[in-house]
Write a protein of this length. Structure first.
Length: 131
């Protein structure tokens, strides 16, 4: 986000997928064929995957379709609704208010909460019935 490096909490499932990609010799984490995924093509690839899953609706305009940004916004809203500490939600989404470190100290103390929030979100997604 904002071209700033930051840590990313991932679930065990994501770690397994990444390990599988490395062991299969896949050069890039996000790729189309054998080429790296161009950031400008993320929405197109996202849409193609939704079509394969039967989630994309041809009869709806683009503004009413799921998008990576809407998934991110949904996760943010869900975490706030679940009462997850705002400091943790901000870390999950790489929000870095200027007073965060001055007020709460280093990030290390928040990482356990970040991991738990990400796992809760993926568990919530797993509980949904997509079809």
């Amino acid at each position: 986000k904002n071209r700033q490096p930051h840590q990313l909490a991932i679930t065990k499932t994501v770690a397994e997928v990444l390990d599988r990609q490395v062991s299969d010799g896949q050069e890039f984490i996000f790729q189309v064929g054998s080429k790296p995924l161009d950031p400008k093509a993320v929405n197109t690839e996202f849409r193609e995957n939704l079509k394969q899953l039967g989630i994309f609706r041809e009869d709806k305009p683009p503004r009413d379709q799921p998008s990576p940004h809407r998934v991110r916004a949904s996760a943010y809203t869900w975490m706030q609704g679940e009462g997850i500490d705002q400091r943790i939600v901000d870390r999950v989404f790489a929000h870095n208010p200027p007073t965060l470190q001055r007020t709460y100290g280093g990030e290390a103390a928040l990482w356990q909460g970040v991991r738990e929030a990400v796992v809760r979100w993926t568990d919530h997604l797993d509980s949904l019935h997509w079809r």
